[in-house]
Design a protein around this ligand. Structure first.
Ligand code: A3D
Length: 320
């Protein structure tokens, strides 16, 4: 049986880690595309030359030609600028929208049957643009943000409670910006409510403070890494998160992962891309798992959607 083919558009920090993870997990043959000459070829040669040590059998190719992505099953896009300290993701809109236009045209022409996972920021606007330009069905065009944001929230909870992060379940919904919405009410450790554990540990008032601090840290977690790195943004964590999504599709796992998906009335949103729990399998986004938000959560979610709408409204002036 033919191996799957995964193309990575953007061979920078995240692109390189994506390529290595695809190889280590033998997800399929990998093409790494970038506009910088020789760099993607160099990165792929570097990874390929350790195949014996890491024991993988996949073909790796670096390229500057879109023709090489032909026949891709999945395309993961990281092309675009990352933010610098002090910048918000939204500050990247103007420059990255132009890059996303080129990239989407390349994917449309050379990989018309592919599933596309966008990582470039500002995430929700970039996914919207890619779906519009490719014209692919929405279940084939999605964004990675929620897997990472949710994992960050889970990590903070695990560290606070001193438990394995593998037993923590918590989700972050909404747009991938400062308005994202960590859902506190359903955060649990193997089904045990996190809030109840915090109240037992600290009492009611302090428990709320501790949870609020974790929620705020989650919302600002990308910026925390940007500040520490001094140059560029998180790259290991978004790469692993996108690989979880790609693997769910390639192996038809039916995983329920927070995904930036086009909503058609779910959660009260019509025709906008934002992060919600989705079932990912061989059909891409096979379903959206809608659930009842309480009034406060809905207000926070609506606020986050409004921020995404604000960015989408700016797109026509950037790409007339
Ligand atoms: P970086 O290391 O700069 O890599 C980006 C690559 O894109 C570079 O190698 C560029 O040469 C390449 N590029 C630029 N223009 C084009 C083009 N027209 N066609 C093809 N390639 C091009 O950045 P990075 O890998 O650290 O980050 C990539 C993107 O991901 C940025 O927009 C980040 O803001 C974003 N990001 C998203 C998350 C999410 O969780 C959503 C997390 C972290 C970073």
């Amino acid at each position: 049986m033919a191996r799957a083919k995964i193309s990575l558009i953007g061979g920078g920090q995240i692109g390189g880690v994506l390529a290595q993870l695809c190889a280590l997990r033998e997800l399929g043959d990998v093409v790494l595309f970038d506009i910088v000459e020789n760099m993607p070829q160099g990165k792929m040669l570097d990874i390929a030359e350790v195949a014996r040590v890491d024991q993988f059998d996949v073909n790796l190719k670096g390229t500057n030609s879109y023709a090489d992505i032909a026949g891709s099953d999945i395309v993961i896009v990281t092309a675009g600028l990352p933010r610098k300290p002090g910048m918000s993701r939204d500050d990247l809109l103007g420059v990255n929208a132009k890059i996303m236009k080129q990239v989407s045209e390349g994917i449309k022409q050379y990989a018309p049957e592919s599933f596309v996972i966008i990582i470039s920021n500002p995430l929700d606007a970039m996914v919207t643009l890619c779906q519009k330009i490719t014209g692919f069905p929405p279940e084939r065009v999605m964004g990675q943000a929620g897997v990472l944001d949710s994992n960050r929230f889970c990590s903070f909870i695990a560290w606070e409670l001193g438990v394995s992060v593998r037993d923590v379940n918590a989700m972050v919904l909404g747009g991938h910006g400062d308005t994202m919405v960590p859902i506190v009410r359903y955060a649990n450790v193997n089904g045990i409510p996190v809030m109840e554990q915090l109240v037992r540990k600290y009492g009611e008032a302090k428990a709320k403070e501790v949870m609020t601090a974790m929620v705020e840290r989650t919302k600002m977690a990308g910026g925390e890494v940007v500040k520490l790195l001094g140059n560029g943004s998180a790259f290991y964590s978004p790469a692993s998160s996108a690989i979880a999504m790609a693997e769910a599709i390639l192996r038809d796992q039916k995983r329920v992962l927070p995904t930036c998906a086009l909503l058609k009335g779910e959660f009260g949103v019509d025709n906008y891309y934002v992060g919600v729990p989705c079932i990912l399998g061989a059909g891409g986004i096979e379903g959206i798992m809608e659930f009842e938000l309480d009034a406060e959560e809905q207000a926070l979610f609506d606020n986050s959607v409004a921020a995404v709408k604000g960015l989408i409204d700016e797109l026509p002036s950037i790409l007339p």
